[in-house]
Design a protein around this ligand. Sequence first.
Ligand code: FAD
Ligand code: EPU
Length: 340
Amino acid sequence: MTHMEENISLKPYNTFGIDAKAKYFIRIRTEKDFQELIRTKIYQDNPSLILGGGSNVLFTKDYDGLIIKDEIKGISVEDETDDVIHIKSFAGENWHEFVMYCVQNNYGGIENLSLIPGTTGAAPMQNIGAYGVEMKEVVKKVDAIDKINGSHRSFTNEECHFGYRESVFKQELKEKYFISSVTLTLTKKNHVLNINYGAINDTLKMMNVTHPTIQSISDAVIHIRKSKLPDPAQTGNAGSFFKNPTIPWQHYNELKERYPSIPGYPSENQMIKVPAGWLIEQCNWKGKRINEVGVHSQQALVLVNYGDAKGEAILALSLNVKSSVKEKFNIDLTTEVNII
Ligand code: FAD
Ligand code: EPU
């Protein structure tokens, strides 16, 4: 097992760049490291939080417990046919590097999810999604270790209860399991290309691509993301702070009368999804800065830390944004980022 550190700054370990402190901090490099950790007194006497790349968390105060930094590496082929491959990634692999590895080897299915920060182990937590694809479309199984007794459990795709930015690991089994690996089913030929998301099509045209491949789609997605989203290495952020809300059609139609340009995308159960970025922009928050925190000027759904902001300041801003949207549109925004 690796060395237990005490009273360390979490600033390098969260993309918001919040300088919160952790009472204890340990890196986990193998599943056995974790099995050993759970038998220690520090683990048993303290609350603990598993951290991957820290790209979907907001620390609002010091963490009075143990941060378990997932660094379990490795990629292996479980089995394959002429058509598909079942590929396993241990949880601490970097998601984007894993996507690049798959694209380079001509394994299709996750190219639209290029450049999403974080680890492969955190990816099923909120069923990461972008540009018309969600992780749930390729998950074969998720392997996890029980945080109390150390036993292994394998979750099938159905057992993960995936939804929009949701899974069983954020709901019923919140903080109960350490996800140790994910196994995906990817295509080796006859790839299903998703280019319907408007911006991808336009970008492929701009790149003079007439016959899209998983490589050119990945390139297009990377190009779009770089033009819209702030790079956490430059400006602290955790991607979309809120989820896109879904509202009943009747509510949407009422809003449409007052705001004819309101966008909406039909969703399940007679509901319609409205882009939170649009709602926030309409409340004049886009590009606003208050001391060290703000709402990004290119993407109103992204809250940013311009320097040395405290997590409480980001949280306070998010609550103000949320109440503006509630007041103007009578829509409740829910946070996507995990508030700690
Ligand atoms: P962390 O932030 O470290 O953890 C997130 C949560 O998962 C925490 O609750 C943590 O306790 C838990 N967790 C982490 N690892 C494990 C594990 N092994 N076992 C059990 N629990 C664990 N998300 C999207 O869906 N689509 C996007 O397009 C997207 N774009 C982004 C763009 C930017 C610039 C940024 C900064 C973020 C973006 N995100 C996006 C959000 C984020 O990248 C994803 O949610 C990512 O999967 C988080 O991975 P992580 O390793 O950083 O997780
Ligand atoms: N919009 C605005 N103003 C803004 C931002 C967006 O009006 O400032 C409107 C526009 O109408 C635009 C629409 O919102 O057409 C959608 O915007 P965009 O394509 O940028 O996507 P999004 O809905 O804001 C979602 C995900 C992102 C993901 C992108 C691309 C959520 C919460 N966010 O953003 O995921 O990368 O789509 O698929 O679903 C994340 O989860 O962290 C994340 C970045």
